[in-house]
Design a protein around this ligand. Structure first.
Ligand code: ZN
Length: 542
């Protein structure tokens, strides 16, 4: 009797689990199954030399957009932007012109001898070609305003007309507060992109960040090279402060000393929440000039309308960036094909879309191919500024960037999903596919803030990137070694398609993403953020 009951109970539990976890209740024949052949075809074409590395502002990028549009149409997706699959993304290419500028820093009435590139770099955050600066400098510590941490570095400072000097990263954990600002993990407050955004929000005239190798995890040469070259930013909708830039640690030391302060003392003071902004006895003065180029790029977006009369007004968005580094230089091979990064992701999305249209879900599903990720997530940022679907009716965003080219795995990496109920749903989706979730690793470098899904998260939409597993089914050691060869090809001309690739892992990753997307699309409610998450507050405020 007892045994009988318990086996009945077990089967009841099994049934309810099956119901809870089943992707949807449709007969198996209607389940969309991602096919390898179209995925391989899209991947081979998009990464071919003919597409010239899908560069931003280049012919290869235009060809890619035309291809994506044609494929969206032929798959039977509905245009997401009125009658069009395209969404314009207006980008400014900005290159500082120090040779025709005389902007500098005056400390105690004397000009500091600063060389552009060697000692500091700057550019306009608002894409204006010329500006005259005459602004007081204020040291604002980490430049963070975080109500949920009870932290405010500004203490009511009127930042208008000031140039804010900031440290990067976020306050370090202490013995008394080991978990402040996520302990050793990086919060978004620590990313330099946050610092630029915060300066713009406060209406500051400018922001200069202090570089240290340790806080950046790379040397000054990386900053120098990228700020001496043309940089891309959104031309409208999301504008930075008039002057943005970096100075070296040595420059900061000289500057602070010249205005009568000790940098190390002020740095130490900035670790305390009682820190107050320090007006430096220095000014940024002079003309800053830059050359500006306007470029119009396009996001491509198509929709599978939902079937439920109510829920079809809500959407699940799948994203992947179509751009890579294009054609550069005059070498024998000057095409940055970006086969893995990210022809694989958009090939995956196309193969998913081809099946998704055959078996719509309750909510609508959008396939969004974003532009200019390699230039700083610009296409997805532009989408978040001007969404094609209301953000408060966007259930989730699942992003694909650089898929598994090695082989099928027993696990799938869903890091970042546990900030929201997507974590639970991802685990259920993996389980239904006979897979596990990859072991969690602490996000010390802020990886969550560096992919297109983050443009959605910042706007309050539950979002993460589905990454490939590492526990390979076939020849685990050989497969790991093969995967490791990619490190040397990352952002190099050698990121090329190889017809011998085993795409079973890529198909599996795309299938997982589609299955999870459908689970979200068919669920009674949209997924929620975990209590206390700073990005969840953005959604709650809407
Ligand atoms: Zn990349």
């Amino acid at each position: 009797m007892h045994k009988m009951l318990s086996s009945l109970a077990r089967s009841a539990i099994a049934t309810s689990l099956a119901l809870a976890f089943s992707v949807h209740a449709a007969p198996a024949a209607k389940l969309p199954i991602v096919k390898e052949a179209p995925l391989r075809g899209h991947l081979a074409f998009l990464s071919s030399d003919l597409l010239e590395g899908r560069g931003t502002g280049q012919r290869g990028g235009d060809l890619t957009v035309a291809y994506l549009e044609a494929q969206a149409m032929s798959a039977g997706l509905k245009p997401a932007n009125g009658n069009s699959f395209r969404q314009a993304v207006k980008i400014a290419g900005v290159k500082a012109a120090p040779e025709s500028s005389n902007v500098g820093i005056e400390a105690g009435g004397k000009a500091l001898p600063l060389a552009f590139g060697k000692d500091w770099v700057w550019g306009p955050g608002d894409a204006k070609p010329a500006r005259t600066m005459d602004a007081e400098m204020v040291f604002v510590g980490y430049g963070i305003s975080a109500p949920e941490e009870g932290w405010d570095d500004f203490k009511g400072l009127d930042a208008k007309g000031k140039v804010l000097v900031m440290m990067v990263n976020d306050p370090m954990p202490t013995a008394a507060e080991p978990n402040r600002f996520n302990g050793k993990g990086l919060t978004y407050y620590g990313r330099w992109t946050y610092k630029l955004e915060q300066a713009a929000r406060l209406g500051a005239a400018g922001v200069l960040m202090i570089h240290t190798d340790a806080s950046a995890s790379y040397g000054w040469s990386v900053v120098q090279n990228s700020w001496m070259a043309e940089q891309f930013q959104l031309a409208e909708g999301k504008i930075g402060a008039g002057m943005q830039g970096w100075m070296t640690d040595a420059t900061a030391r000289t500057l602070f000393a010249a205005s009568g302060f000790d940098l190390d003392q002020l740095r130490a003071a900035a670790e305390d929440k009682g820190f107050k902004p320090v007006v430096l006895n220095t000014r940024v003065k002079g003309e800053m000039k830059s050359t500006i180029r306007s470029i119009e790029q396009f996001n491509v977006a198509g929709v599978v309308p939902g079937t439920d009369p109510k829920l079809k007004d809500e959407v699940v968005i799948y994203t992947g960036h179509w751009d890579h580094l294009g054609k550069q230089g005059t070498g024998a091979d000057n095409i940055y094909n970006g086969a893995v990064d990210n022809a694989s992701g958009i090939a995956g999305l196309l193969a998913m879309a081809q099946e998704a249209v055959k078996a719509p879900a309750k909510r609508s599903q959008m396939f969004l191919f974003v532009a200019a990720e390699e230039q700083g997530l610009l296409g997805s940022a532009a989408y978040a500024v001007s969404p094609l679907w209301p953000l408060d009716k966007t259930a989730a965003n699942l992003n694909l960037d650089s898929l598994n080219f090695v082989g099928a795995t027993k696990d799938i990496d869903t890091s970042g999903s546990d900030r929201t109920e997507l974590g639970m749903m991802a685990a259920a989706t993996a389980k239904a596919m006979g897979m596990g979730i990859s072991p969690a690793a602490p996000d010390l470098a802020g990886g969550y803030f560096r992919s297109d899904h983050f443009s959605f998260a910042k706007a309050g939409v539950p979002a993460f990137s589905v990454k490939g597993g590492k526990d390979y089914v076939k020849d685990p050691e050989g497969a790991k070694a093969k995967n490791a060869t990619y490190r040397a090809k990352y952002h190099q001309v050698g990121d090329e398609y190889d017809p011998s690739w085993d795409l079973s892992g890529m198909v599996q990753q795309a299938q997982f993403t589609l299955n999870l997307g459908r689970m979200i699309a068919d669920a009674p409610k949209m997924p929620a953020w975990k209590a206390g998450d700073a990005f969840g507050k953005v959604r709650a405020a809407k």
